[in-house]
Design a protein around this ligand. Structure first.
Ligand SMILES: C[S@@+](CC[C@H](N)C(=O)[O-])C[C@H]1O[C@@H](n2cnc3c(N)ncnc32)[C@H](O)[C@@H]1O
Length: 381
């Protein structure tokens, strides 16, 4: 039976700037507890979630803190699981904190759990992190499902693939995540539409974005968080304004401004790079609140093979099933040129020539006309 949103309370652990929790709030849920270590992130959530209890460190939490909470959200630290991070896996200093959360759940299980992390966690060490998480959830009695979702499908011109997992103690979580199977938009790099790229890269790359930016990141190869650049059809190249970057993650403009009370301006880029896209969390939250009944998907299913974690799956104690679904459950309109509202900051001559030199010296392939357009921009900037 569908529940009313007002009945659902949320605890957000590793809350960052509240990307998951803002989505649940938009779906009508009430944030009761937020837990976040970082001072700049705390300045942001203190401003936007003044009503709830704030705790700094998940290591300070007690199982009683979860009493009365309906949904536990945890977009846990990804440094050890990311393809550009330390790759120490689920036992790494940071990512192992999720195991602490799972032991809290063992003592005080919340009806729902929502976990988010980078897609690479499905590959690293044969998906050991996902195995540890679902094994623990299964042993507590949860029925779980997960799916890789691309923010680009949800009306945001940002290519960003993240794993979303929903677990439930009594409801079937599968209709929440495992429905809708739209065809992702093709990566057509025609020069009549903007192309997003990281000017800090060149030899190795996160990849370009056709009419979208590549994923906003918390760090970069030059050590500081930096925005991606956009090559526009008129030949200009610029980096988006911070307020557009906030919108590219689904936040209202100026959401991260309170971070300036305690940190430098670059912290806002780091916080956004770490965040969950609000459009995606809202989609998950709305479906969790409605708890759609009935069949979850007509997609092909097969027994999940150990060590091979697909883009979508479900399971419960004694049963794990792989589901063939795209990362686009929906297909909302997004067009980068229309989305950008503030004039982008022109990419400097130094940044452009550095990128071009790396790109020409490396093995990466670029779409026809892309490097030529960068050369032309360099001659005019
Ligand atoms: C991937 S980010 C989560 C981002 C968040 N979901 C959002 O939308 O902004 C992980 C967060 O965990 C926080 N964190 C790391 N260790 C922590 C700890 N011991 N207790 C609480 N938060 C912690 C980090 O500061 C970081 O903000």
């Amino acid at each position: 039976m569908a529940r009313t949103a007002s009945a659902l309370t949320v605890a957000g652990l590793f809350a960052g700037i509240g990307g998951l929790e803002l989505g649940f709030q938009k779906a009508g849920c009430q944030t009761r507890l937020l837990c976040e270590l970082d001072a700049a992130a705390n300045a942001v959530i203190a401003r936007h979630f003044p009503e709830c209890r704030h705790v700094r460190d998940v290591r300070q939490l007690h199982p009683n803190d979860l009493a009365g909470v309906d949904v536990l959200c945890a977009g846990f630290p990804c440094q050890d699981l990311s393809s550009v991070g330390k790759k120490s896996g689920i036992s790494g200093d940071k990512s192992s904190l999720i195991l602490r959360v799972l032991s809290l759940l063992r003592e005080s299980p919340t009806p729902f759990v929502v976990i988010e992390n980078v897609k690479f966690m499905l590959n690293l060490d044969g998906g050991a992190a996902m195995d540890a998480i679902v094994s623990s959830l299964e042993s507590i009695g949860y029925h779980w499902c997960y799916r890789v979702l691309d923010s680009n499908a949800f009306g945001l011109p940002q290519r960003r693939h993240r794993v979303f997992l929903v677990a439930s103690l009594s409801a079937d979580p599968r209709p929440i995540l495992l429905n809708g199977n739209a065809e992702p938009r093709a990566d057509d790099y025609d020069m009549s539409r903007p192309i997003g790229f990281y000017w800090t890269e060149g030899k190795f790359a996160t990849g370009l974005g056709a009419d979208c930016i590549p994923p906003l990141k918390a760090g970069s190869t030059i050590g500081i968080p930096s925005p991606p650049a956009i090559l526009f059809p008129d030949g200009n190249i610029g980096t988006p304004h911070i307020e557009d970057a906030e919108r590219l993650q689904g936040f209202p403009r100026r959401w991260t401004e309170p971070a300036l009370e305690v940190a430098k301006a670059s912290a806002r880029w780091r916080l956004l790079g770490n965040a969950v896209s609000v459009n995606v969390s809202t989609w998950v939250a709305e479906r969790l609140v409605a708890q759609p009944e009935g069949r979850f998907s007509s997609a092909r299913q097969s027994r999940l093979i150990e060590g091979k974690w697909p883009a979508a799956a479900w399971g419960r104690k004694g049963e794990r099933v792989a589901v063939e679904l795209t990362t686009w459950p929906t297909r909302r309109k997004s067009c980068l040129a229309e989305f950008i509202k503030n004039p982008p900051k022109p990419l400097s001559k130094k940044a452009t020539s550095g990128f071009l030199a790396r790109a020409k010296g490396g093995n990466l392939r670029f779409p026809d006309g892309f490097l030529k357009a960068i050369e032309q921009y360099l001659m005019t900037c």
